[in-house]
Design a protein. Sequence first.
Length: 186
Amino acid sequence: MLIDVSRALLSLVLGSLILVGCGRGTLTVSEYAAAAEDLVAVMETQFESLDTDWESQTPTAEGAQRYWTRRLAIRAEFLEGVRALDPPDEVVDQHTAAIDVFTRITAADEALAARVATLDTVTEHWQWVETPEGQAAEAVLEEVYAFCRASQAEFDATGAREPLTDVPWVPPEMKEIVRVAFGCPS
């Protein structure tokens, strides 16, 4: 179940990254989206490796604490990368929303990690999902999914601009078609 949470979070993060930013960047929306996709891909690879490693070992309290230490480090690195993005004007509002939802999922993971640190024994790989903190993280994750789907829909809508690509008097930003695949869970 935590693997699903990680992948869903990654999808959200991808949506968040693409939509994240807080400045007047010189990147096009497509360039910004590509940079965000790169950040998400790195994070996804790290989470998949972490989850595979965790599931390959016998669950212990010490192992769970190591898992969460690494997970929070991945989350912090990703958030730092997102904040470093300089979005174009067209995605500043989405960026603000992305930072908000990603900050909240990070806080939820931090609370869950704190809960895991109090466990004397861990006998199942994802037993923390059923804790109140785990359920709270799941609730925020649902918000992340919704944000991801909305972000994907906004970028997909740029495909309607295709008939404008050959019209010389239309500004370039009104011709830009953004092709991304966040892999948002349904």
